[in-house]
Design a protein around this ligand. Structure first.
Ligand code: AMP
Length: 214
């Protein structure tokens, strides 16, 4: 399985990827997670990416493409992958096409997780994460049993600095302007699989398995 999860921030790309991973052994590659890890460690990439990320803007094209070129060559990608948060612009999609051609690989599907802007704001402003295991919670829809403590591992719960409403609106604007054109890009290649991600069910997993005949 080699798929892209496309959709606005808060569409549930990470949550749905975690569900797919329960059934399929593939690498989950979240560019946001890789960048946050680099910011945390203070690497040269992290230092360059930090300001853009805090403002909800995209990190420079060449940094992202180089990062993904290296990541897709890692051993765990041989069994397939889910790309979560990449590509985010048409030039990134074209760079991915070149990268996959170099590696002799093709994409199986691009899953578009559809959700409206107000749902995104509601979801993201309530989103909380575990510092230990990365589990995703929501103060309104899926709170932890004990406030501030992860149900799964007991780790500390935190809110991403870009999950504040003003930054969320900025990220949505960036999505509509720069990422939404990818819908037509992949639709014209007949790769697009559109899924209603407004609910919390297994719609993405089911649609994906139908498409792949799994
Ligand atoms: P995410 O976790 O996917 O919401 O990403 C968090 C932030 O990381 C984004 O708001 C961007 O600043 C940056 N980022 C993640 N993926 C990309 C990408 N493919 N291209 C440019 N910036 C990215």
């Amino acid at each position: 399985m080699r798929v892209i999860f496309l959709g606005p921030p808060g569409a549930g790309k990470g949550t749905q990827a975690a569900k797919v991973l329960e059934h399929h052994q593939v690498a989950h590659i979240s560019t946001g997670d890789i960048l946050r890890e680099n910011v945390k460690k203070g690497t040269p990439l992290g230092l360059k990416a930090k300001t853009c990320m805090e403002a909800g803007q995209l990190v420079t094209e060449d940094l992202i493409v180089a990062m993904m070129g290296a990541r897709l060559r890692e051993k765990d990608c041989e069994g397939g992958f889910i790309l979560d948060g990449f590509p985010r612009t048409v030039p990134q999609a074209e760079a991915l096409d070149r990268l996959l051609a170099d590696l002799g690989l093709t994409l199986d599907a691009v899953v578009l997780l559809q959700v409206d802007d107000e749902t995104v704001v509601e979801r993201l402003s309530g989103r909380r994460l575990c510092r230990g295991c990365g589990a995703i919670y929501n103060v309104a829809f899926h709170p932890t049993a004990v406030e501030g403590v992860c149900d799964a591992c007991g780790g500390e719960i935190y809110q991403r600095s870009d999950d504040r409403e003003s930054v969320i609106r900025n990220r949505l604007a960036v999505y509509h302007e720069q990422t939404a054109p990818l819908v037509d890009y992949y639709r014209s290649q007949d790769r697009l699989l559109e899924v209603d991600a407004g609910g919390s069910g297994d719609a993405v997993l089911v649609a994906l398995e139908n498409r792949l005949g799994a």
